[in-house]
Design a protein around this ligand. Structure first.
Ligand SMILES: NC(=O)c1ccc[n+]([C@@H]2O[C@H](COP(=O)([O-])OP(=O)(O)OC[C@H]3O[C@@H](n4cnc5c(N)ncnc54)[C@H](OP(=O)(O)O)[C@@H]3O)[C@@H](O)[C@H]2O)c1
Length: 259
């Protein structure tokens, strides 16, 4: 299938490892020129090199998207090096710890909302008007199955990821006539080197991990990043023209929502 996005420019936030890296690689395999960002060093350089090895122009930027001013600076750097962004993948995020609603402080909520929701909102506000002006664009927001249903240990995380899905739907409706689609992806528990689930396995006994898997993961194993990247690349593609305002689970059946 020709995905029809060769030569487009993508920005994948938090693309140095995990789901962001898989998304960046999947886009680069389709001939997309890719910018990624992360706070730190070696993995960012390594992944940028992997992208360039796929014969596309690729740049890695050091950026802390928790900082309010960072999205504008990042986007200006990407536009300087690659041109205007056609495909925006808001991937950066995470739970930043385990807190239920009553023990989480206001600061906990703010920190988690800042990195998951506000970084995405700021980039959308900057990038989408330029997409609508060109009558083509794609926004893909990485949420979680715990943005669609109760689950996981963190109230701020659930709140932020549900907000991302709501925000995606709203933006999608606003730009539906302008050639720009906006969707979200809801991964289940995905394991990879340097990721949270690898740390979970290292810090829990085999019986605790086995019980988690038996209770939560219908396939009997953790998910892996490739299918998330492939879903992002498909949603970014010309073939996904009619898909907007949707949220797609990539979770091996882990999520319990019916719709
Ligand atoms: N893995 C899962 O099981 C899972 C499940 C559902 C949803 N998700 C969602 O999928 C997304 C990616 O998850 P992941 O597991 O791949 O995450 P991860 O291991 O935390 O990696 C996130 C990426 O973002 C970068 N990053 C983190 N904080 C940043 C910041 N403040 N500014 C800029 N870059 C930052 C990281 O690099 P640096 O650390 O060097 O900055 C890394 O490249 C997140 O939104 C997460 O909530 C993940």
């Amino acid at each position: 299938m020709d995905m029809g996005i060769k030569g487009k420019v993508a920005l994948v936030t938090g693309g140095s490892r995990g789901l962001g890296r898989a998304s960046a690689l999947a886009l680069a395999r389709e001939g997309v020129e890719v910018a990624i960002c992360a706070r730190g060093g070696d993995k960012l350089r390594e992944t940028t090199d992997e992208l360039r090895a796929l014969n596309v122009r690729a740049f890695g930027y050091t950026s802390d998207l928790a900082d309010k001013a960072a999205p504008a600076k990042l986007l200006a750097e990407v536009e300087r090096d690659l041109g205007q962004v056609d495909i925006l993948v808001n991937n950066v995020g995470g739970s930043m710890g385990t807190r239920d609603a009553l023990s989480a402080t206001e600061e906990d909520f703010i920190k988690v909302m800042d990195i998951n929701l506000w970084s995405a909102v700021r980039l959308i506000k900057l990038a989408v008007p330029k997409m609508t002006a060109r009558k083509w664009g794609r926004v893909i927001n990485i949420s979680s199955i715990y943005g669609r249903e109760w689950g996981g240990p963190s109230a701020p995380y659930m709140t932020a990821k549900a907000s991302m899905i709501a925000m995606s739907k709203h933006v999608a409706m606003s730009v539906a006539k302008e050639g720009v689609t906006v969707n979200s992806v809801a991964p289940g528990s995905i394991i990879f080197p340097g990721g949270g689930w690898e740390r979970y396995m290292a810090s829990n006994s085999k019986s605790v991990v086995d019980e988690f898997i038996a209770r939560n993961l219908p396939m009997g194993r953790f998910g892996w990043p490739g299918p998330v990247g492939a879903t992002v690349a498909f949603l970014a593609s010309a073939q996904a023209d009619l898909i907007t305002g949707s949220c797609i689970n990539v979770d091996g059946g882990q999520g319990h929502n019916l719709f």
